[in-house]
Design a protein around this ligand. Sequence first.
Ligand SMILES: Cc1ncc(COP(=O)(O)O)c(C=O)c1O
Length: 417
Amino acid sequence: MFFAEGSPVSETETEVGTAPRPLSLDDGRPAARAWSLDPALRHLNHGSFGAVPLVAQERQRELRALMESAPVVWFPELPRRLAAARVELAAFLGADPGDLALVPNASAGASVVYANLERRGGGEIVVTDHGYGAVTMGAERLARRWGGRVRTARVPLDAGADQAYEAVMAEVGEDTGLVVVDQITSATARRLPVERIGVEARRRGVPLLVDGAHAPGLIAAPLEGLTCDFWTGNLHKWGCAPRGTAVLVARGPLRDGLYPLIDSWGAADPYPDRFDQQGTVDATNHLAAPAALDFVDRTWGWPAARRYMDELAGYGARVVGAALAELTGADASVDVGMPVPGMRLVRLPDGLADSRVAADALRDRAPAELGVEAAFTSFGGVGYLRLSAHVYNTAEDYEYFAERCVPVLGEWARAVR
Ligand SMILES: Cc1ncc(COP(=O)(O)O)c(C=O)c1O
């Protein structure tokens, strides 16, 4: 471990506060050397697609080599290997392996619920205006199938836990057949009070799907104290697992009705075993995932890694926010009500990223024109830069953005006005 838990991590004092000291590998090299990220770019958007450390890439290569060496041995053995991987992933998440099914991504986790749930109440589904677009579109399709409709709870960006809870529960009534709420939101990088919503939804007998796509790795024990029928989370985001590694956790009486999206030989098996057979697929991602989780654990320990990520994200937001404020004359800091570790929002100059399409266009320009991978998001017609910080990031990444990219954002904003 690079520093003991509880020891100070900070070293550089500046007018925007303290920058955490960069993390190193056991051999003293910078943490980023354990990844294969292009050193010509600054990687400020871990949150969207994650990044896989070399050790997990290598483990996946080894497993693929084994698969290719004797496919007829590999595939019959695969369910047994996957069941063992489930035990490790469940331990990381603080879940019971008997509740946890393997799915390729959080979108699939939600899709499994949508595909299997029988119509309830009046067929209405409650979502929030912070929901992940693709998951919300799935809810809309299900509501149409049920002959109901989606009700969208409007949660102000800066709403605290009480206000957010009231906003969601105000939409839940006799006709509600399902509630879908993010544990950590995507565009707005904030938490929602899923624990309280879960208790009340259970009391009213309404199923709750918690979209925890960002939670594994970013928050410790994301299922602790959470009452919900269904929860889905990505290991390939903050957990750094190979892409295609996610889980669905189902704990209530409805879980035995959940079947994978692919009908296969496990169909007669109980939940969650039936998810371990998905026809002929390359499942080495799930099998290699523990190598990524163990790497962070062995090298820094997850609590210390999380603390670093959070301190660095806070520093990054202050540095970039100060540069934006100097550019526009307006405060760029953003109060998201219930913040998350490792991600922050700063407000972009007016006119930039005022819709999802405009935000995605900035994301696509950023590597070539700014030298960064970055997330631009939009909420309520306002554009934001969503900064992520993982263990391989350093204060310099955000200082670079403040010095080199913010002036270019000013030019882009003038061009769209
Ligand atoms: C809240 C939320 N839900 C779902 C997803 C979808 O994740 P995936 O693309 O891995 O299915 C994301 C991805 O960013 C997300 O942020």
